[in-house]
Design a protein around this ligand. Sequence first.
Ligand code: AMP
Ligand code: MG
Length: 747
Amino acid sequence: MISMPEAIDIVLSRAAPLEEESLPFPDAVGRVLASEVTAPRPHPPFPASIMDGYAVRAADVPGTLRVVGAARAGAPLARDKSDKSSESDADHGRAVYITTGAPVPPGFDAVVPIERVRFPGGDDAGAVAVADAFSPGANVRSVGSDIQRGEVLLRAGDRVGPHELGIAALAGVAEARTRRAPLVAVLSTGDELADPFADSRLASAASSPDDLRPSSIFDANRHMLLACAREAGARVMDLGIVRDDPDALADAIARAVDAGADVVVASGGVSEGDKDHLKDVLLGSFGRVAGAVHFGRVMMKPGKPLTFAEISRTEISRTVSTGRAEDVSGTDATDAPEGKRRREKKTVLAFGLPGNPVSAAVTFALVVAPAVRRMLGWADPRPRRLQAVLAQDIALDKERPEYHRATLDWEASPAWDFANHDDFADVTKKKTNLPLARSTGRQISSRLTSMRGAEVLLELPRGPGSVAKGSVVSALVIRDIGTQGGLQMPRVRPTVVKPKSPEVLGAATSSAAGIVARRDDEKKVFARHRARAIAVVTHPFVFAKSASDLAREADVPDSDRAVTDEGNDDGAAVLEATRRFLRRAGVAEGGDAAWRVFEARAENGTSRRLAAAARAAAESSSASIVLIAPSGPGAVSSQAAVVAGTDLGFPGLAPRMRAALERAFAETMDGGEDERSDERSLDGEDSDAEDAIAALAYRESGFGINAGQVAGAVVASLPCTNCEEALREGLTKMLIVPREKWEGLVS
Ligand code: AMP
Ligand code: MG
């Protein structure tokens, strides 16, 4: 008998992404893009005002200006009739009333917010006075500043959600190139089954369980599995209830294949009873369909009889009796040679799920849903795995590994101090922020209520014995987590580096990087953590909070705050300031022994690029990495958090990465590999083991989640449960620069 992981591998090896097709973008939500989407035009398409106020020439302010017209969003400059001046908009001393999103008229290059003008002659005197200087471009989004023409907006492999649709809409891209969604046909087998939602039952208001024959039960599986298939992104076909009759079963499956189904899902009739005909039907013993059965039993609980076969289409056209065969081959002939090729390739995946409803649900989640996702084009169609702490002892099955249904409680867990809690003290000595997994109760495979609210399947090994309460177990996610409530991590307030001078960023970089600016009385250049690579995360989509929110949250005295009038999308300023700081600190950039500064823009694929940048840095300098993430003080960039291996973006990620690293480390220890760099522990505080783990992390770093392994090196020595704690505990290598700390200070 094969194991469940083997079964998943076999299924995924037989499920290929379906053909590409084009469809209107709004219909592509839920699909995966087959090719990248680039911007056919810039956005904004004209220089646009960011504020309600007055368009001016920067060179004219401060000063008093005559108002010569108005430009509103959707209605560009209309000159006042009274304006007798020349048509040249560039003339001195003029202003144009402008609203947010309106085109800044030619000749004007800045917008003064309405709050910053006075009206010397009263509100409608036609003149405005501006007391401050504004630089060219102030409060103006230049052409293409949000989206450049030709910019890659979405990549092949991206899943289209509401926001991706919004991006396509904004860019005016009408058509999406995606993969076809598979057609999944679902049937239930069993003489005992009656349809709970049959028209006859729904029509009679008096419908009661009594209208069921004494030996009958309602068909739960078909309705459940149709909904599962839809949820996985498939189109569906309902084949109804099929009697325990092999010919009827073969007929139903042939009908699905003829109708173009990519997947057939049957439940029931796959065990060893004398009415269990599915395997024989799939093997072709009853004609109409014939295929190859890849496996018919899996070492798992629940779901042992799970069966997987492949039916080939060409077999069908030969075995179907009467005029039908001609129909099918006739269709193929008309679109040859393409049709011919398709005919060779085309197989239908057939799943025989066990009849017990829990087994059907669990096996669908573990093998059918991944197959559907692979067909849709998902790069990684497997269920997501996370770790959780058991809320109670669970006895193990002596024969088979078990997929135990559980709900997650995220609120209870971070608050648990396991060390101080008698029940848990033995198992977990330190605080964890893993969710607490609560069993859904009695797990017999007929008890479908054990699926109610189940968010994960705990992956429990075969017994004997039990897994103790408090143990950390891995779990496969089978539905949106948090649907039962309780997904509420405590809010994190990152430590804020107080500005000591206008050189805020320089000072912050210095402390984060562990280097100290050159000072005459001290030789402390490159002290302690000798970092040589800085990855700056610029995050154009994270906007600053309002100034009053900042004041309340950031706990920074007014005198130390400065909020600029410049636009928000200025993460690159951090990069520049970092470079300048390095220069001023007498540290050369580039070259072999020098610092390198990397920029990664936080948009799609950021973790990948950050990982690449961090990895390149690690390889070139075998040094630590400083991440600088511009952000509002109430939140940090989750991208940066992921890369730094903290838990803000993905709860439980950091401990998981660390565990993986430690495992890998234990394995390599035998090999005696030692990639320790002399530079990494100048102060001699770091242990050899930590160094080796760090080296391993660098080596193993890839992309996506693996990005965190790079970070694993950064946080390896910390009991890191979240960013705040990490910073408190002395993680000096990730710097969160609240936006208001650098806006206006780094120009
Ligand atoms: P089978 O796999 O056909 O031997 O069925 C195993 C158990 O699941 C039996 O108790 C069936 O009555 C039950 N069962 C099979 N199909 C369904 C269904 N569609 N809905 C609810 N229970 C079912
Ligand atoms: Mg049956």
